[in-house]
Design a protein around this ligand. Sequence first.
Ligand code: F6R
Length: 364
Amino acid sequence: EKAGHRHFMMKEIAEQPTVIGNVIEAHVAPDHARVDMGLPGVDFAQVNRVSIVACGTAYYAALVAKYWFERIAGLPAEVDIASEFRYRDPILPPGTLAIFVSQSGETADTLAALRYAKGKAAKVVSLVNSPESSIARESDIAVPIHAGVEVSVASTKAFTCMLTTFLTMTLRAAEDRGTMSGEEIAATIADLRSLPGLVSHALSADAAIHAVAAQLAKARDVLFLGRGQMFPLALEGALKLKEISYIHAEGYPSGELKHGPIALVDRDTPVVVLAPHDRLFDKTVSNMQEVMARGGKVLLIADNRAIAEVGNDVWTSIAMPDAPEILQPILYAVPAQLLAYHTAIAKGTDVDQPRNLAKSVTVE
Ligand code: F6R
């Protein structure tokens, strides 16, 4: 049942090239020139704002989607944690498309938030892994994320399938709103179709990550830093680590470091920096230098170009394949998952069934 793996978590991490490929196949037209994902009655040109609501890892997927909706489709996007949204009297102005994201489709707070939005939002769309779930049934449109059954309590493949689904949805929004030309959309779809191969390549960092996990397992605290669309990946990396290894971890936007968390940095605090050579790379490098100047141990996860520039200065680095910028949040989920996985094994915790957690949170 674990397909030769020791844990469901590793099986599910390893399935990602396949299930991401399934998402792309399901949501892209056969000619690979357009998105075709079944959003009946949704014309993003008529949408003024998207409001995305979720919990936990699904919330972090939504945070990445915010960057994409704004940058690619020129569409204002708001993201809320479901337990905050439902008790906050949120305002959904006319033309708001409300999106609820949930692997299980049964998360109590997300479901309650959906019920609040019904009748107030122009349309209620859900991204769900279980098409039979309450959230799927109660939304106007349920978009399946095609991850397949996820057993491990720590969510892995559902996260990357949520992201891939959001990316196709954003391309559809860009098409409706005319913010990308047909050629640009086709080129991005071609990039997207390279994603399963890139994720396979990222999985080959497993041995290198395994090798640093013993060091990480000794830490009391770990910081994760990222900028822009990589910031939510820092949050996700920290959540994965804390939930299965019980090491205290926090994710921060790199630029926030000097506004408080840098006080935590010392020789015993590994700082994981998710920094592909993107448009914000130089800024992140200067944050990394601030960490190193205080004796912090930087674990850099980056592409070859970034590692060639700064790899010699850091404690250790993990190489990711070069990839189109838009795909990087999906790709960098893999080393974040592997880091948590191997650190948990080094600590001897119960990887698939971490203490105090349930797979589906049906009570608030
Ligand atoms: C983290 C994790 C949780 C869930 C959260 C939402 O690994 O699994 O944070 O992401 O409980 O669950 P769903 O997506 O089922 O609504």
